[in-house]
Design a protein around this ligand. Sequence first.
Ligand SMILES: NC(=O)c1ccc[n+]([C@@H]2O[C@H](COP(=O)([O-])OP(=O)(O)OC[C@H]3O[C@@H](n4cnc5c(N)ncnc54)[C@H](OP(=O)(O)O)[C@@H]3O)[C@@H](O)[C@H]2O)c1
Length: 337
Amino acid sequence: MQSLQLNNFGPDHLTLVDSAMPEPSEHEVVVTLAAASLNPRDSQIIAGHFTTAVEFPLVPLSDGAGTVTAVGTKVTRFEVGDKVTTLFFPNWHSGEATNGERGVSTGLEVPGAAQEVGVFHEDSLANSAPHLTAAEAACYPCAGLTAWSALFDKSFITKGNWVLIQGTGGVATMGIQLAKAAGANVIVISSSHEKLEKAKALGADYLINYIETPEWGQRAFEISGHGVDAVLEIGGTATLENSLNAIRHGGHINIIGYMAGIDMGITVFPLIIKNANLHGIGTGNRDSYESLMQFVGKHGLRPPIYQHFSLSEVKQALHTLDTGSPFGKVVIDLSQT
Ligand SMILES: NC(=O)c1ccc[n+]([C@@H]2O[C@H](COP(=O)([O-])OP(=O)(O)OC[C@H]3O[C@@H](n4cnc5c(N)ncnc54)[C@H](OP(=O)(O)O)[C@@H]3O)[C@@H](O)[C@H]2O)c1
């Protein structure tokens, strides 16, 4: 079986290597991985922009999906044939994380999903919603769970609420689907008219081009009537002020991304005046992931996939994620190396 290994920083240091088929120990599960998906963090880890604390060789990518093909003698959570995905934080199962639970992530501190066959502790996997293909299931562990945690664990979104979603990438597109399935009204901002039309097809109710309408926060406040209940904050520096303008009193801003800057130098007054709730979102735990999979199954959701690549094309896939402005997710099909 083949795996992708990073031997030094930079995509040119990714190589495909042949490895022996793994054998599970007592509590381990062998998974034949059929797909992985890319997140900006994966690209940053490979480039050396996320952290210098990488132990080489590293099997990258946090998100993968496949089928259980062998189980250790003491495994109770899975059987051969189960459809599973990796977890972004394999040791964080419930509640708020301890430092230890938060300190281990798939595709960085432990091997990731860029391999045809992986061996994982049974606690570090979760069942996929049954209707999903492997490529679709591989979209949820990081980006899907992040949208879920923000919308429901932190912002308590329910029918009739208003949600403002920034952009049209992985987190945003799954956020649109989840919020609409919960009965919320969704406002989407994007730099692209074409992508806004695709967001509308996914269910978005109101569309704002943030290039043409730089005061989009005020516009979202007006559209919702009294301010939005929650924002999925993807931009960072360039977007937080508008997000504060968009929310209702007591509304929720979920700090997820830093696509438009990492330094959030704002004055405290808008936060105080609006009784704003600012939540840092760090993906989520296994309980939330299982709730997400149940919800995805109940509503028959399928995440938008922008483009598929093979494992040998991973450099092109990373380039597409970094520069191609994808609508939805970029996926690696692991069974077609
Ligand atoms: N905290 C967490 O747990 C967590 C989890 C997953 C991802 N993230 C972070 O969240 C961000 C998005 O991740 P992703 O996987 O969705 O990435 P992605 O698929 O690459 O999408 C990036 C999106 O950012 C949008 N964007 C860029 N600049 C913007 C701006 N000034 N205003 C509004 N939107 C802007 C783009 O929107 P348009 O192209 O439509 O204009 C694009 O759709 C990244 O920074 C990522 O590192 C954090």
